[in-house]
Write a protein that binds this ligand. Structure first.
Ligand code: HEC
Ligand code: HEC
Length: 329
């Protein structure tokens, strides 16, 4: 245990240095200015459109609800036919800052990721061809594709382009912590600042760094002591087959973490107090007192930024030619 804590401490000391000599390991989130607002509008409609699923009932927003921090606030998601998902749905907020997508990083970017759920039998359970057929049967979508891309051709490549362009707008700037980082020292209370100091000094920033405070590396869950879980998910090892990659996951963002419960890949932990206690013991070999945990939690709650604010898209209605949904098959 002692040696392991020492190793964790060394890792903690080494990692931030490779990030350069910035004064703080965390940068404020920048607002996003879309290059093509029409593409974003189209992507927003597609993000909310349940007709991209076999049931006609499940949209991206079903599991990444933008009224709830871009998550479903469930341990693991509910897919087509009420199927139990294997893993917790990460937030889509600030996901454009991730070095790769999914807990194991198996999609390189948002565009590649967006094709996955539509055709995943455990999620939206459709096919790309059928989803495109549905969109093609709705002339108003043709017009929207034309305004976004120049021609009204509809294909899955354009669908995923548009969804990714919308997701890039889902950043959450201007949290109280960011205001504080930018020099407004009144934006945080003394307890919250103490929590940040403890977060930084004890080494949480070795993994939770960058503007999103995560998403920049894959790390073992249970570095110092093993994580006790009922989940069979193996992390990066599921992709590489390497034993060394067992329980390695993309470090999740801590932005808006107050809204994105429950926590960890298995969604087994419902409170920030417990999540912080586990991180301290399992990643750093450190047992925080109740008061220390309260300080860190107070700090984590300052990370809630300005949530995406837009008009709910009104989706173009289906036509007589639109294939009917099959929710109970
Ligand atoms: C049935 C629930 C469900 C639906 C519907 C769904 N997702 Fe997800 N999403 C998940 C789960 C669960 C994961 C994590 C899967 C994994 O990592 O193996 C995920 C992962 C992601 C990620 C990666 C985030 C990260 O930090 O790695 C993004 C981005 C995303 N989804 C966007 C979308 C988009 C866009 C759609 C619609 C086309 C969509 N999702 C539909 C449940 C869902
Ligand atoms: C060695 C890398 C590492 C260190 C150090 C670390 N974390 Fe983590 N953190 C992770 C990983 C990996 C996960 C995801 C684990 C999982 O889901 O099984 C995570 C998850 C979390 C979560 C849950 C987020 C979510 O949405 O599920 C919180 C909260 C958290 N960490 C806070 C902290 C705090 C506070 C510290 C310092 C006490 C800390 N972490 C130190 C790697 C690290």
């Amino acid at each position: 245990m002692k040696i392991k804590s020492l190793l964790a401490a060394l890792l903690v000391a080494a990692l931030p240095m490779s990030q350069g000599i910035a004064a703080e390991p965390i940068e404020p989130i920048k607002a996003h200015k879309p290059k093509n607002p029409k593409l974003v509008e189209l992507g927003k409609a597609l993000y909310f459109d349940p007709r991209l699923s076999k049931s006609g009932f499940i949209s991206c927003n079903s599991c990444h609800n933008l009224s709830m921090g871009g998550t479903d606030n469930l341990s693991t998601s509910i897919g087509h036919n009420w199927q139990q998902g294997p893993i917790n749905a990460p937030t889509v907020l600030n996901s454009s800052m991730n070095m790769a997508q999914f807990w194991d990083g198996r999609a390189a970017d948002l565009k590649e990721q967006a094709g996955g759920p539509i055709a995943n039998p455990g999620e939206m359970a459709f096919t790309h061809e059928l989803a495109v057929d549905v969109l093609k049967s709705i002339p108003q979508y043709g017009t929207m594709f034309k305004t976004a891309f120049g021609t009204n051709e509809i294909n899955i490549d354009r669908v995923t382009d548009a969804i990714a362009a919308f997701e890039e707008t889902l950043v959450t700037p201007d949290s109280r912590f960011d205001q504080w980082l930018k020099g407004n020292k009144k934006a945080m209370t003394k307890q919250e600042v103490n929590g940040y100091k403890l977060f930084k000094d004890s080494g949480c920033t070795a993994c939770h760094y960058g503007p999103a405070m995560g998403g920049q590396s894959f790390q073992k869950m249970g570095l110092v002591a093993e994580y006790d879980t009922k989940s069979k998910v193996e992390g990066v090892a599921g992709l590489t087959g390497k034993d060394a990659d067992r329980m390695k996951f993309k470090v999740p963002t801590l932005r808006n973490v107050e809204m994105t419960y429950p926590y960890f890949h298995d969604g087994a932990v419902w409170t920030l107090e417990e999540a912080v206690d586990i991180m301290g013991r399992l990643q750093l070999g450190r047992e925080y007192s109740k008061a220390e945990i309260a300080d860190i939690v107070a700090f984590l709650k300052t990370l809630t930024g300005k949530q995406p604010d837009f008009k709910l898209p009104i989706l173009p209605p289906s036509t007589n030619a639109t294939p009917r949904p099959t929710p109970f098959e």
